[in-house]
Write a protein that binds this ligand. Structure first.
Ligand code: ACO
Length: 181
């Protein structure tokens, strides 16, 4: 088993990247559970070049927005202070993303100006599924949501994914309604 360090030629360490949020928000317990050849960090402005869009296409339609479109959405998210927390798992050997997920924080007027974390857009590349990476993404996002003071963390999913989210500690509650244009 090769051992990977941050000196790996291809791997870009966090301090060389423009990150979406403070990496210290990612729970140390989740980092400790990852295999040494993988790294979990906030989304970076250059992650267009690390297969972010390709990974999302395992979830749903994710057409290529082009670099400038990608970066304008990154900038828009970063401008919304304390709201968007998208993180990625990177394969250190290739510097390519193998898993992604987001929690965005909704500020409410009810529950004493409470906050809710909404988990969105979870995807693990096909060749890396079944290795607990989805679990680590959910644990990290839930930890961020809780550390930011959210009174609950919620998500929508298909029936097929209910067993996965149950393994992550979530339970089925109420129903989803949708109206697409
Ligand atoms: N049915 C039953 N159990 C499952 C399923 C499933 N569909 N998926 C995972 N599990 C179980 C695993 O067996 C494992 O159980 P164990 O602890 O007993 O071994 C546990 O859940 C954790 O599984 P992981 O290995 O962490 O799952 P993985 O890394 O493959 O990620 C994911 C799961 C994210 C659903 C992945 O398969 C994927 O990317 N699928 C396609 C995109 C998708 O559906 N994303 C979720 C959309 S919902 C949303 O975004 C809010």
């Amino acid at each position: 088993m090769p051992s990977f360090t941050t000196d790996n030629e291809l791997f870009t360490p966090d301090d060389k990247l423009e990150l979406l949020f403070n990496p210290e928000l990612i729970p140390a317990s989740v980092k400790a559970e990852l295999p040494s050849d993988l790294h979990i960090r906030p989304l970076a402005r250059t992650d267009y070049h690390r297969a972010h869009i390709r990974i999302l296409s395992v979830l749903t339609s994710a057409p290529d927005p082009g670099l400038s479109g990608y970066q304008s959405t990154f900038d828009a998210q970063r401008t919304c202070a304390n709201t968007y927390y998208t993180l990625v798992i990177v394969n250190k050997a290739t510097d390519q993303i193998v898993g992604v997920g987001c929690v965005f924080i909704e500020r409410k007027f009810l529950r004493n100006l409470g906050k809710v974390g909404h988990i969105e857009d979870i995807a693990v590349s096909k060749d890396m599924q079944g290795k607990k990476l989805g679990l680590r993404v959910i644990q990290a996002l839930t930890g961020i949501s809780e550390s930011l003071g959210c009174y609950k963390t919620i998500l929508n999913c298909s029936d097929d994914n209910i067993p996965f989210y149950k393994k992550c500690g979530y339970e089925k509650k109420e129903n989803e309604m949708a109206k697409y244009n």
